[in-house]
Design a protein around this ligand. Structure first.
Ligand code: F6P
Length: 323
């Protein structure tokens, strides 16, 4: 192995730069040349790459976003697009590619490997949604969850002052990891997550029960699920049942930006090193992740074909800690 590429794809996630930096430093220490592929699969198809040396990754560990930029490219979901990417990989002379992204990125990579005999592909889970099978945490989740916790804390001040009911919508796509963990850490009263059926009656009843025990305000954390903006409808329905005048805050892309937390920098660094070491060991078609404190490799197919479950114990404790 002489030359590898690194790309970030899908939604950017804080800690991706720490991961790029770690992968570059590991590669250079092992005499590998590194190409930084710009704009994810869009740049891969176009062979749009820059050389990554020590200077290129200096002073980047604290930066959010991704210095390589990213994209979601529908062309990569066509065989023609993937064959163009495989040809570009050959033109760029890459023996291996580190792909930092989420489920969609790894789905695309699996299809590429099936279509063409191309460079060795190793993934690193980077997604604020944390919905990638094969790792306890994805790079970026911790920063996004902390952003949501800070939002809950700030909302609590004003909710208490006005004795109000608030709904805070967080990202997460079809998974409730962000909502569940930020809800516990922020002491939210209720949770709406895609993994559970929404019951307006049940949520209203629980909030009403809280009011009868002396609560004067409440915060419901709503995972965006398949319908971003859903919290407005939920707030209207619950507001009607409780005869309340709720307020809705949609956190949106604020959760994706900002400097990565210590945890995301460490996880990004650890997995960036592990990805390049995996390539050097001859691995191909897998994602490096951390499970129970151990580094593990999971096949790229499994990462998007298997559904990562929410932690049952966290769900259990939420139900009575929120009373
Ligand atoms: O996958 C990360 C994520 O931030 C999701 O939580 C969210 O649904 C989506 O990306 C938003 O995508 P976009 O940035 O394309 O609006």
């Amino acid at each position: 192995m002489k030359r590898i590429g690194i790309l970030t794809s899908g939604g950017d996630a804080p800690g991706m730069n720490a991961c790029i930096r770690a992968a570059v430093r590991t590669a250079l220490a092992n005499d590998l040349a590194v190409a930084g592929i710009r704009r994810g699969y869009t740049g891969l198809i176009a062979a749009d790459a820059v050389s990554l040396d020590r200077a290129a990754i200096r002073n980047t560990i604290h930066l959010g976003g991704t210095i390589l930029e990213t994209s979601r490219n529908p062309d990569f979901y066509t065989r023609e697009g993937r064959l163009r990417a495989a040809a570009a990989i050959e033109r760029m002379g890459l023996d291996g590619v580190v792909l930092i992204g989420g489920e969609g990125t790894f789905h695309g990579a699996s299809l590429l490997a099936a279509d063409a005999d191309t460079a060795a592909l190793v993934g690193v889970p980077g997604s604020i949604d944390n919905d990638v099978y094969g790792t306890d945490y994805c790079v970026g989740f911790d920063t996004a969850a902390n952003c949501a916790v800070e939002a809950i804390d700030r909302i609590r001040d004003t909710a208490r002052s006005h004795e109000r009911l608030f709904f805070l919508e967080v990202m997460g796509r079809t998974a409730g990891f962000l909502a569940l963990e930020s809800g516990i850490a922020g002491g939210a009263e209720e949770l709406v997550i895609p993994e559970e059926e929404v019951s307006i009656d049940r949520i209203s009843e629980r909030i009403r029960a809280g009011f009868t025990t002396g609560k004067k305000s409440a915060i419901v954390v709503v995972a965006e699920g398949k319908t971003p903006g859903i919290s407005f409808e939920i707030a209207r329905e619950i507001g009607k049942q409780l005869n309340a005048d709720p307020r809705v805050v949609v956190l949106g892309h604020l959760q994706r930006g900002g400097p990565p937390t210590m945890r995301d920098r460490v996880l990004g660094s650890l997995l960036g090193v592990a990805a390049v070491e995996a390539l050097l060991e001859g691995r191909n078609g897998c994602m490096v992740g951390e499970i129970g404190g151990d580094l593990r490799c999971t096949s790229l197919e499994e990462t998007w074909q298997k559904k990562k479950p929410l932690d049952e114990n966290l769900l259990r404790i939420f139900s009575f800690l929120s009373e």
